[in-house]
Design a protein. Sequence first.
Length: 230
Amino acid sequence: MIIHGIQKMTLVDFPGKVGTILFTGSCNFRCPFCQNAALVLHPDSEPSIPDDEIFSYLRKRKGMIDGVVITGGEPTLQCDLLEYMRRIKDLGYAVKLDTNGYRPDVMRKAVEEELADYIAMDIKNSIGKYGLTAGIANFNISPILESISYLAEDNIPYEFRTTVVHELHSEEDFHEIGKMCSSCHSYFLQTFSDKGDIIGKNLTAPTPEEMESYITILRKYIGNVLLRDR
């Protein structure tokens, strides 16, 4: 598997664990607010990190790092993702998978083969605006609904999360999202921030008041809704 980036330590990305983040390239979405535009649009232009370097680091960090987060891009597009997760598990690490949920078959295998310990799935928007927010015309929502339904079976600890953009989200959207994800135990909202490497243009962050109103709406449907700002 090609890894294009590593964040050697994080205290916030893997709940309850000190983690390392590995970044894969490529994605089947084109979310205009994506913060990793280069990885999504031109992954081959980004340098890659040799496996030996990554696994040498993980072996040396045992006892200091508890878990590894695999994110992207979209990791489930990688043909050898499951084997890569198995190699990390064999070192004794917990593994968190970040996914957009569009390949429920891969996510299901990761859970059933006990390769994932935690899954974070992005919820882009309400059903009617999902394609707009994912940057995909004629969007097929069925894989997203299948992934939501599977995670709702509680086979693995998980969370849903939404990056909120002023131009893309409204109160009505969050009523619809709340209904769609009412089975969820933990839902996080993240405020959009333009850090320079995004796909779209002319996007802005919601106000703190808007974020608070969205949290209030989601709490009508979901018990645990929190703000996670980066």
